[in-house]
Design a protein around this ligand. Structure first.
Ligand SMILES: Cc1cc2nc3c(=O)[nH]c(=O)nc-3n(C[C@H](O)[C@H](O)[C@H](O)COP(=O)(O)OP(=O)(O)OC[C@H]3O[C@@H](n4cnc5c(N)ncnc54)[C@H](O)[C@@H]3O)c2cc1C
Length: 403
């Protein structure tokens, strides 16, 4: 392949697709490489707030018209569901079906002129001096190819094979998470629970897993009696809470089964419900990786879950990935207007600086700070079932203030 692209986008998840839409619409040439046979082969997050960018990227009111619910409220349940509190998140929040969003974004990217290569697994970077100038990938016949371009946008999420070259240690970023769908839960009418439900699991609460780190189980009611549910470990305080350790996969599943059968309130959603998807995966939200342009002279920018930038409470990763993608594509194309060989000088340092001064980065940083503080209070200072229940009301008032 001899063509040289303005952007080589690795990974067709929400971050890569957003980059392709913006790049294409601004007249840049771009190619998206995706390992799977369709965009975002594995479902991940399915709720998002109505940020302005959503209208710009997806089309006016697309979310509103295609979402199944507006869970602007979140119900937080204290340990063992002894107390619960409704928190208003102050902006419309929508649930959508993952496949629906991915296919829509792919169609928009194609309409904008982006090219796609599916079943193409990115293996490595092509580096020239201190700059990245392309990638190597393997097609489905296992043939290796190279593509050259001006900027590689690394959007391969938690399966990114490249980050470790630049000091990204996935174990330091990712939190084990179970994602689960059911249909038809006969014991509860899902439509009567239009809010996101969060069930707190402080350390040492579960006898079957006394060393389990703090965790949160959740239920997102979807349309047609379906629901998405899950269990997320919260590892931000891992090093500061004694006697906790990340469970192996078997224990994660055992804890999940226990919660769906025994956790008061939470278990009600699962009685008689049919399971149609269950997967142990991760949410990349434990630590921010700051070196977003890892090459001294640039040519590569790491975005989205690749660098652990989903919001620390796991519910804005989609927006953060898309907003970063949009930011970087615009910045680079602005630069192209004044300098055709974008990365020839030391643009990397200025660009990194611009990003850190920009609103997306500031918002991500603030979200992290807030959630780390909330979790410190909840899981470290009130680190037990009894204390968390006792301090529940003031804690929830604080959460409402911050939301
Ligand atoms: C259970 C769960 C629930 C969540 N809930 C929410 C939520 O409600 N709201 C929210 O905003 N966020 C949520 N998140 C986070 C959100 O899903 C992620 O932040 C978002 O998907 C990140 O997008 P991404 O494009 O950066 O990465 P991904 O979505 O992981 O996409 C990466 C893409 O790269 C491809 N890829 C990987 N390796 C290669 C390779 N070598 N070559 C080519 N392609 C490759 C993958 O197949 C994939 O398509 C949730 C995550 C999980 C796991």
């Amino acid at each position: 392949m001899n063509e040289r692209y303005d952007f080589i986008i690795t990974g067709a998840g929400p971050t890569g697709l957003a980059a392709a839409i913006t790049a294409g619409r601004l007249g840049a040439s771009c190619i998206v490489l995706e390992k799977g046979c369709r965009p975002g082969p594995e479902p991940r997050g399915e709720s998002i707030a109505q940020y302005e960018l959503m209208d710009e990227l997806l089309g006016r009111d697309w979310l509103k018209n295609n979402a199944s619910n507006d869970p602007s409220f979140r119900r937080f349940h204290s340990p063992m569901d002894r107390k619960n509190t409704l928190i208003d998140v102050h902006k419309p929040y929508y649930f959508f079906h993952w496949r629906h969003l991915m296919d829509h974004m792919k169609a928009l990217a194609i309409e904008a002129g982006a090219k796609f290569l599916f079943e193409s697994e990115v293996l490595d970077l092509i580096e020239e001096g201190k700059c990245c100038t392309g990638i190597k990938y393997k097609d489905k016949q296992n043939h290796i190819h190279e593509i050259k371009g001006t900027t590689v946008l690394g959007c391969m999420g938690h399966k990114d094979p490249l980050g470790k070259k630049f000091g990204i240690i996935r174990e330091k970023i990712d939190c084990p998470t179970i994602k689960y769908y059911t249909t038809h839960a006969p014991r509860v009418n899902i439509s009567e629970h239009p809010n996101l439900q969060f069930y707190m699991i402080p350390p040492k609460m579960l006898e079957i897993a006394p060393n389990l780190p703090p965790a949160v189980a959740y239920v997102f009611p979807l349309a047609d009696g379906e629901m998405e549910a899950g269990l997320m470990l919260r590892l931000g305080q891992l090093n500061s809470i004694k006697n906790i350790e990340i469970p192996d996969d078997n224990l994660m599943h055992k804890v999940w089964d226990h919660l769906t059968q025994r956790y008061p309130g939470f278990s009600e959603f699962f009685k008689g419900a049919q399971t149609n998807y269950k997967k142990l995966t991760v949410i990349s939200n434990r630590q921010l990786f700051k070196n977003i342009i890892p090459h001294e002279r640039g040519g590569l920018i790491l975005l989205g879950d690749t660098i652990g930038f989903s919001e620390a409470n796991g519910s804005s990763g989609l927006y953060f990935g898309m907003a970063q993608a949009d930011f970087w594509v615009r910045l680079i194309l602005k630069r192209r207007k004044i300098q055709s060989d974008i990365w020839s000088e030391n643009f990397a340092a200025t660009a990194r600086n611009d990003y850190q001064k920009g609103s997306v980065y500031k918002y991500i940083k603030k979200s992290y700070r807030d959630i780390v503080l909330a979790e410190k209070i909840m899981f470290k200072f009130c680190g037990s079932d009894r204390l968390l229940n006792r301090w529940w009301k003031p804690l929830m008032a604080l959460l409402q203030m911050k939301s």
